[in-house]
Design a binder for this molecule. Sequence first.
Ligand code: NAP
Ligand code: ZN
Length: 346
Amino acid sequence: MRVNAYAAPAAGRPLEPTTIERRDVGPDDVLIEIQYAGICHSDIHTVNGDWGPQPFPVVPGHEIVGVVAEVGSDVTTHRVGDRVGVGCMVNSCGECANCRNGDEQYCLRGMVPTYAGTDRDGSSTQGGYSTHVVVDADFVLRVPDGIDPSAAAPLLCAGITTYSPLRRWGAGPGKRVAVVGLGGLGHMAVKLAHAMGAEVTVLSQSLKKQEDGLRLGADHYFATGDPDTFAQLAGRFDLIVNTVSAPIDVDAHLSLLAVDGALVNVGAPAEPLSVNAMSLIGGRRTFAGSMIGGIGETQEMLGFCAEHGIGAEVEVIPVGQVNEAYERVLASDVRYRFVIDAATLR
Ligand code: NAP
Ligand code: ZN
């Protein structure tokens, strides 16, 4: 079927209306009528060419929530009318050690990203800034009724990307967790770490968003632009989750870790990050990375959010404002996730 979408025609060019082809619903597929699509900074990195050449035109969007419109003959997990979500991947081999371990995002044959990837039929995948999408049922998540659908969309990327490292590195009661950068991922990290029972500190460039940070669940808020911050917080944290979309001073942030603490990088800037070995060995510290989460873990995260009444703080926009929204995200002027109302694409 031919559907309306918004695409970047070439690297660094504004997005514009277009139409794209969605494949026929196969036996294992689900056709989703999209309601909302979040704008992730990864969409902007991709469109701007930060991560290398892309198969333009690219329809971004990997924070998708909608309603099942049709299911293939072999699909038993989803039914027409169900509220569902799709995150950053739409397929993986299902057979390698990582897939069998529930880490489909690290599929040894390469997971299929929701956009700018190559689907199993050889075509380029196109994302959620669109009215409909066809996805293999195993990569379709159930969105619990308790979460508002527009606030649920960002959970599919920003939510799972922060939930996964918080869980893996043991955020919980008695743990001091810092979140660097209060944007889309950062604000989810604050809400989730707070709900897990950790003591949460925001490290933002300035104190401009302090009131919001404390309202979202942070116990403390510091400006990284203030040199005193690093002296004052030295050796304090068990876990730091860095969500910044640009390079940070890794050594300065490592100095904030207690012995055995971990700095987990989820931010994915174009430029390399550098680290001085002394910053690690002088405290048995870990510098790690983490990419989204597996499908099972994403479903678990959605359940956790429903149980704790967690959704993203969103600004819902008509699709015609997408380029303006990109500019505001780049200027760190997002409170805290833009979400496209897909009805404005129809
Ligand atoms: P975002 O909403 O733009 O948030 C990033 C935040 O970083 C900004 O709000 C700002 O927070 C801070 N920041 C921006 N530029 C900065 C600079 N030059 N110096 C210091 N701080 C700066 O972006 P997002 O959607 O949360 O994504 C964040 C990053 O994670 C992106 O690189 C994205 O590609 C990546 N990502 C990775 C994964 C993964 O699986 N690992 C998944 C999704 C996204 P303050 O104003 O509070 O300082
Ligand atoms: Zn994303």
